[in-house]
Design a protein around this ligand. Structure first.
Ligand code: ZN
Length: 75
């Protein structure tokens, strides 16, 4: 995987969670590169990456907007 310079482009359907391959809604930029997470894994890994991240782009609000507030209960 080629990690390009820090970018804050909006996440798209082509951006996939590094853990499970679901659509990514959170981009974590770190000095060593960046990670993409779905909402589920962003929550799961937040305690680890927040200490390292230089920037966290959280678009999980968009997930709720697209799927309805009720979808937020899915785990
Ligand atoms: Zn995931």
């Amino acid at each position: 995987m080629i990690v390009t310079a820090t970018t804050t482009d909006p996440l798209t359907a082509a951006d996939r969670c590094d853990r499970c391959g679901a659509q990514a809604y959170v981009r974590v930029v770190m000095p060593s590169g960046q990670l993409l997470f779905c909402a589920h894994h962003a929550r799961e890994h937040a305690p680890k990456f927040t200490a390292l991240a230089t920037h966290v782009q959280d678009e999980t609000d968009r997930l709720l907007a697209e799927h309805g507030a009720g979808a937020g209960a899915v785990r």
